[in-house]
Design a protein. Structure first.
Length: 403
């Protein structure tokens, strides 16, 4: 993988921040976009813009083909089928869709299992559902290394469990969860298994059939695509059983003055005019990632991660959270006695973009006993040089504190 050549595809990486070269380390929040994606969106609006499915004129047919081609690319990317691949606004909407549409499968006294490391988007929809139905939410606990203790799986997940919804990878700790073991126990208890894969699909090979999850959600903007487009995968027979999340145009088969019937999958869950240009851009992003290869990206990020961990081990003034193995390239840390927002501000002055705060995971930071953290998250266009620039700036910040 030629990093220097790849970086030329990303115009924003040439941007100067406070006169310094941009070092973009906020990829867990959103990735940057290559020119191929930017051009695909621009070309759609310049040459093919029209609404889909309802028109027989040439522009509508072109837009429909482009939109459905993106569906096909997304399904192949995760090993699903066309019918099982629903376009949403992103992971958050996908999980809200599930919490709404699964409401009839949950009754009073049932249990929903999450983990302590979940993003708010995989907590709050289930809290709403649990309150509506009188169900109980239980949490799998993390250990001191920031990983789930496997011994508790069979204790927490039982015959009362109806839904288990977990992050495939933590957006704070970088922990990659043991889905195989969890899936086995959910199946034994006839519970639905849902994965929030927002942090894994962009970075490692993900195949929904091998994972054998019932549903899986991810976002396009974290994997080179535009914002406002994402995917909900669901097993076909389950999606056919569920009621639609929204109703309106394009998701209907027939409407009369008394009742309506629903369209076939995936359109049953895609009401109204979709984000067509976003889907086109997302398709271009998937093409780009496929050309590089997810295994290549995973291996490269592993090298970057190991280098950063080795450097962090040498900094006695930095506290790093999360495991050192079975993890992705997402690192939450704090400089002792300094607020995470102050560290992020110092880094921004040096042109280094990181995230600071709770990272939409307040229950997790509470569990860790911290008031937020700095998060540096890497992607395949980041370099080992940028790792050392981050380390150098952290040392500089520490030096400022001792003066």
């Amino acid at each position: 993988m030629n990093i220097r050549k790849i970086r030329k595809d990303f115009p924003i990486l040439d941007k100067k921040i406070h006169g310094k070269k941009l070092v973009y380390l906020d990829n867990a929040a959103t990735s940057q976009k290559p020119i191929q994606v930017i051009d695909a969106i621009s070309q759609f609006y310049k040459h093919h813009n029209a609404n889909i499915h309802r028109g027989v004129h040439t522009l509508s047919e072109e837009a429909t083909k482009a939109f459905e081609d993106a569906h096909t690319k997304a399904s192949k990317f995760i090993g699903s089928t066309f019918e099982e691949t629903i376009f949403t606004k992103g992971t958050t909407e996908s999980l809200n869709l599930l919490a709404y549409s699964l409401k009839d499968k949950v009754k009073k006294g049932d249990e929903i299992v999450l983990s302590q490391m979940e993003h708010h988007s995989n907590i709050t929809p289930w809290q709403v559902l649990a309150k509506q139905k009188g169900a109980k939410i239980k949490f799998l606990k993390i250990n001191k290394q920031g990983a789930l203790d496997k011994k508790q799986f069979s204790e927490v997940i039982n015959k009362k469990t109806k839904i288990v919804s977990l992050a495939h990878m933590s957006n704070v700790l970088g922990t990659i969860n043991p889905t195989k073991e969890i899936r086995k126990i959910t199946a034994e208890n006839n519970a639905l298994f849902i994965l929030d894969a927002a942090q894994t699909v962009p970075n490692i090979p993900v195949n929904v059939k091998k994972l054998d999850c019932d549903f899986l959600a991810f976002s396009g903007h974290k994997m080179l695509g535009p914002t406002g487009i994402g995917v909900l995968y669901g097993k076909k027979h389950l999606l056919e059983e569920l009621p639609p999340f929204q109703t309106g145009g394009d998701m209907i088969e027939e409407v009369n003055f008394k009742e309506s019937t629903w369209n076939k999958l995936p359109w049953k869950f895609e009401a109204g005019t979709p984000n067509i240009a976003g889907a086109v851009g997302f398709g271009a992003a998937l093409d780009y990632l496929k050309k590089i290869g997810l295994e290549t990206i995973q291996n490269y990020e592993h090298i970057i991660s190991q280098k950063l961990i080795a450097e962090f081990d040498l900094l006695d003034f930095v506290e790093l959270y999360g495991p050192k193995t079975s993890r992705g390239a997402v690192f939450a840390f704090n400089i002792k006695k300094l607020h995470s927002h102050d560290v992020a501000t110092f880094l921004d002055e040096a042109g280094i973009a990181v995230r600071a705060g709770h990272h939409c995971a307040m229950p997790l930071t509470s569990t860790l006993g911290i008031n937020g953290s700095v998060r540096a998250s890497f992607y395949f266009y980041n370099t080992e040089e940028e790792v050392m620039m981050l380390i150098s700036e952290l040392k500089r910040i520490k030096g400022l504190l001792t003066k």
